[in-house]
Design a protein around this ligand. Structure first.
Ligand code: G4P
Length: 533
């Protein structure tokens, strides 16, 4: 049977399988508890028997991979992985994102592959800078958000104040789905607004196993919790009077967010969050092509390359391309077409990736993520398809704010220097800019943060045997422009224009002031903050 006939015969199967997928990411500021919550979702989803696996895996991975040197040195997570688990008849694909601000572009790419995001807030800190940044990305993508207010076991903002804070800072309507009972620091459990019942939590040692949960009616809760319940019930009445209910269309469009309260470390509220992902998070939807045509999930196979990661396994020095399936059925060994090159691509070495453990994958459905090993021909933003041609819109990238010149210190490794830079740019590790399209002995590396350069320097040394020096520059911001704009910019002397390795022209300014001056003098020139890949 050809891939086409298999897809056609299995059309119903594909739609059914797609409907039981939930593909989501967690966005948060470092330290809000993303790793902890991830572990607890795996625990409640039945993927691990005891929490601690992700931390342990991360440590083990860090210990054996030179790529992770930076992670170990800095205590941050650079790479992102996909965690897949099956719970209550549903397949959850949790796309992990790096926490550090300098790797926001990576998160942006991951969000291009997610259908929903959990916005994780620290009860004491609310919306922090990185949450805001990632929220803006999620909003630009229009993906639904479920909010989890974590660390409620410790003193923090009162719940009403938290809702107010979310609304003010994000211009997003928060709708409480659960309500904490007990004061921060003496957290007893949550009231489920949809049923009016009280979920009473009991701590477990170290929080490594599921927290026993007792379900009580309002009357029982009132008897057992006394004042704590009365206060929560009064606050809920206030919310009801203010009309705070969740409307499906506002949630789907990313205008309002259901809010859950809990404590990931003690497992409180994690089960309810998982239920919400099951009930509220949308399954994969038909996806718009670059030409504005919707491709249904049961159309022939199509997938978007949202991430390319080299050197995940130092024993192999390999390069893994992560595909998000958008339609159809994936079967190992199938041949697809790469829309960018028009060339066939054999999906032979496909894996499911759980942390850094790989399992050979025989089939997958819309919403699933497949890691293709040694995919040297694939770049971030590529579309793969079978039969009916499609190109998905490019993935946006953030305008760089840091710029350095990179010089090769060993003239005998000229070729490796340029090959290395090209590969890093294709993977999206850094932007590569040149004054002239071809020859520029000291090209410019650009990124959202300096840690991206640190990764680039490390990888040039380890994978390409190239030692480089970085020189500071005066530029501080970049905007995408077009050919007529580039001409005006060059003549103006307010900016420099460099060519991106992806074919874009970038205008580089030394300050906001210079940018403003130019914009005032030349309002007709296209200057776009969002780049694409
Ligand atoms: P991140 O991935 O978002 O950076 O956060 P991570 O899960 O690593 O959590 C950051 C810190 O916050 C950890 O403490 C973690 O135990 C703690 N934490 C997570 N959830 C909760 C919660 O619900 N309540 C409280 N009180 N703390 C929470 P740490 O001291 O940095 O590390 P550890 O030694 O506890 O692992």
């Amino acid at each position: 049977m050809t891939a086409t006939s298999a897809v056609m015969a299995g059309g119903g199967v594909v739609a059914t399988q797609a409907a039981r997928r939930r593909t989501f990411a967690i966005i948060s500021h470092p330290d809000a508890g993303k790793t902890t919550l991830t572990e607890k979702l795996l625990l409640y989803g039945g993927a691990v028997a005891e929490a601690g696996a992700v931390h342990a895996r991360r440590n083990r991975r860090a210990a054996r991979s030179d790529w992770m040197d930076i992670e170990r040195r800095r205590g941050i997570s650079v790479t992102s992985t996909v965690l897949r688990f099956e719970h209550a008849g549903t397949v959850f694909n949790l796309l992990d994102t790096p926490g550090h601000r300098d790797f926001s572009e990576d998160t942006l790419r991951v969000l291009a592959a997610a259908d929903c995001a959990v916005m994780l807030l620290d009860a004491a800190k609310g919306v922090e800078p990185q949450t805001l940044r990632l929220f803006e990305v999620a909003r630009a993508r229009g993906i639904p958000l479920i909010t989890f207010v974590n660390k409620y076991d410790r003193p923090g903002l009162e719940p009403l104040a938290m809702l107010d804070h979310i609304e003010r800072v994000l211009a997003l309507t928060p709708v409480a789905a659960t309500w904490p009972v007990g004061i921060p620091g003496d957290f007893r459990g949550v009231a489920d607004r949809s049923t009016g019942t009280f979920h009473r939590f009991t701590r477990t040692a170290g929080g490594s196993t599921r927290a026993p949960e007792e379900l009580l009616s309002a009357e029982q809760a009132s008897e057992s919790e006394g004042d704590a319940w009365t206060v929560a019930a009064e606050e809920l009445e206030l919310l009801d009077a203010a009309g705070g209910t969740l409307h499906a269309e506002d949630f789907t469009a990313g205008r309002s967010t259901p809010v859950f309260f809990g404590s990931a470390v003690s497992n409180f509220g994690v089960g309810l969050l998982l239920d919400a992902l099951l009930r509220l998070a949308p399954p994969p939807q038909p996806r718009f092509s670059a030409g504005g045509v919707l491709r249904p999930v049961d159309a022939p196979f199509s997938a978007l390359v949202f991430k390319v990661q080299a050197n995940m396994d130092p024993r192999h020095r390999d390069r893994v391309a992560f595909l998000r399936l958008c339609s159809g059925r994936f079967e190992r060994g199938m041949r697809a077409v790469n829309a960018r090159t028009g060339r066939p691509f054999a999906l032979a070495h496909a894996h499911e990736v759980f942390g850094d453990d790989r399992v050979v994958l025989d089939e997958a459905f819309p919403g699933d993520v497949v890691g293709v090993v040694n995919a040297t021909d694939l770049r971030v933003g590529d579309t793969l398809y079978v039969d009916e041609a499609v190109v998905f819109p490019p993935i946006p990238t953030l305008a760089p704010e840091h710029f350095v010149r990179v010089r090769n210190l060993d003239a005998t490794r000229h070729k490796q220097f340029h090959r290395g830079l090209t590969q890093l740019a294709e993977e999206g590790v850094v932007h590569l800019l040149r004054r002239d399209r071809d020859a520029d002995p000291a090209p410019v590396l650009a990124g959202v943060g300096p840690l991206q350069f640190e990764v680039a320097v490390d990888r040039l040394r380890n994978e390409f045997g190239v030692t480089v020096a970085l020189d500071a520059t005066n530029w501080t911001l970049a905007r995408r422009t077009d050919a007529p704009g580039a001409g005006v910019l060059r003549a103006s002397r307010h900016a420099d224009v460099l060519h991106g390795s992806d074919g874009t022209d970038l205008a580089l300014f030394t300050s906001e002031f210079m940018l403003d001056r130019f914009v005032r003098a030349h309002p007709e020139v296209m200057l776009d903050r969002m780049l694409t890949r």
